[in-house]
Write a protein that binds this ligand. Structure first.
Ligand code: FAD
Length: 468
């Protein structure tokens, strides 16, 4: 990333609680941060399962330290749940089918982009609200003074809460908790729309601790808060993925290589795909927890870990990218929260050359299932009906759509992990526990869970652990 470009938009990044935690986690291994790591151990080897952000970050750090690294990826592409897409009819435009925004408080992915000279660009939005069939422009709607005061009271208390109090919070769902602390019913319904896009399910199913901890350093009860939706990689997030993959040793990356089994004998780990076997000193497993139990482990995983993997759900999200012949929406930084079919619509191609443009429809939970089960023409008609509030003849400007329903993806079974009430403190520790010489990383284990930052930081922490 171009640091001067970033500071121009964001100002110097403050030391946040999460940044403190991320650095503390690295320091816990008794090691300096990566910039200072030099110790090469050329005789050491590692097999990394998965070539998403977590796997590639881990593989890059180990390769840089002189390790012999093999990356096994089931898909025919790198990036996993980060995947940039260009319509054949408009190759000048790029949009994201998975991970979208990089937040100004996401230290490890920002550092990685900077280190690899991958430029970022601003990608924040102002929020229009479509509720009860009425469109409200930014500045014309706000949360009530009552809710703002209630939020401030809660945050003041939360910041000094004890671990016991946080564990108690984890037993609640976020919807119930917002009501309990005094957010008004009307504001709670708007937050339900907005927050559900962060989790991929209704906030009635999300741990209140997980939500409070995500929003603690944000301007939550302000419609203009960017909420960690600050930057994009210029040219698409896959540019950063490609830049990391380019740093691996030639031949290290094996695509179309779904791992079937992981066996440990006499301190060596053998990882088998349908056609090949690879043996090394260690393994970092970065595939989502939703596929963990499809891998045969020998010795087997503990029943507690296997159960934890089954329990952790992944959010249902369908992203539909809609290519239009003109940008009829009211602003380049247009984003719409809606109580219609999709919870959110936003301009995917902000700052990219016109006149054509792409709007993204982002539907979650039951709504994602409804849209996903429709035929493409029916889904298009449904989305165009919703967009009538923004432009009565949006349908006439539509060129094509491209959809990715993540809940149908066989290698993720959803968009990102959702920790339901009572799960964060109970099942996350089980999922992150090493299994012999197999370490675990991935978005679902990160302090910034659900983000590319969570993937990068856990991949780096796993690599750091091996470099001890
Ligand atoms: C719709 C959507 C929107 C998002 N929005 C944002 C956002 O705005 N900002 C943000 O920061 N993050 C966002 N995210 C989350 C972000 O994309 C993920 O947190 C991150 O990409 C996950 O990286 P990972 O490496 O942990 O997992 P993955 O990317 O899933 O990587 C794991 C890899 O393992 C592979 N794999 C699975 N099984 C096997 C097997 N048996 N053998 C070999 N390989 C296997 C998979 O194919 C995959 O490539 C979004 C995600 C989605 C889906």
């Amino acid at each position: 990333m171009n640091t001067s470009a970033l500071s121009k938009y964001a100002g110097p990044a403050p030391i946040t609680r999460r940044l403190f935690l991320a650095n503390a986690a690295l320091a816990a291994f008794g090691l300096p941060l990566y910039a200072q790591v030099k110790a090469a151990k050329p005789t050491h080897s590692c097999i990394v399962v998965g070539a998403g952000f977590a796997g590639l970050a881990a593989a890059y750090r180990l390769t840089a330290a002189g390790w012999n690294v093999t990356v096994l990826e089931a898909r025919n592409r790198t990036g996993g749940r980060a995947w940039s897409y260009r319509f054949p009819q408009a190759p000048e435009l790029v949009c994201e089918m998975g991970g979208e925004w990089i937040g100004k408080d996401h230290p490890r992915i920002l550092a990685l982009a900077e280190e690899l000279n991958v430029p970022l660009e601003p990608h924040a939005y102002r929020v229009w609200l479509l509720q009860h069939e009425e469109l409200h422009a930014p500045g014309s709607w706000n949360f009530s003074a009552e809710s703002q005061a209630a939020w401030k009271r809660f945050m003041d208390k939360y910041k000094s809460s004890t671990e016991q109090e946080r564990r108690r919070l984890d037993d609640y769902d976020w919807w119930t908790w917002l009501g309990k602390i005094g957010i008004t019913d009307g504001d709670r319904r708007i937050r339900e729309i907005m927050d559900s896009t962060d989790y991929g399910e209704s906030i009635r199913q999300v741990s209140a601790y997980v939500a409070a901890d995500e929003y603690v350093d944000t301007d939550y009860i302000n419609p203009n808060s960017t909420d960690e939706m600050d930057f994009h990689v210029r040219g698409g997030n896959s540019v950063l993925i490609d830049a990391i993959a380019a740093r691996l040793a030639p031949g290290a990356l094996h695509l179309n290589s779904p791992v079937k089994s992981i066996t440990e004998r006499a301190g060596r780990v053998t990882v088998a795909t349908a056609n090949e076997r690879f043996t090394s000193d260690s393994c970092i497993f970065t595939a989502p927890a939703s596929v963990l139990n499809s891998i045969q482990f020998d010795p087997p995983l503990s029943s507690a870990k296997a159960l934890a993997a089954d329990e952790l759900e992944y959010g249902r999200i369908i992203k539909s990218q809609m290519l239009f012949d003109r940008r009829f929406w009211p602003a380049e930084d247009f984003s719409l929260m809606s109580d219609e079919t999709s919870q959110q619509y936003f301009h995917s191609t902000q700052g990219q050359p016109g006149p054509r443009g792409i709007l993204c429809s982002y539907a979650i939970g039951d709504k994602a299932d409804v849209l996903s089960s429709q035929s493409k023409p029916d889904r298009q008609a449904q989305l165009m009906r919703d967009l009538k509030a923004v432009c009565p003849d949006a349908a006439a400007a539509l060129i094509d759509t491209f959809d990715q329903p993540w809940q149908y993806d066989p290698l993720a079974h959803g968009a990102y992990a959702i920790y339901r009430p009572g799960q964060w403190f109970r099942i996350r520790p089980l999922l992150e526990q090493p299994h012999g010489k197999v370490l675990f990383a991935g978005e679902h284990l990160g302090e910034w869970q659900g983000f590319m930052e969570g993937a990068v930081s856990t991949g780096e922490i796993a690599a750091q652990h091996l470099l001890r």
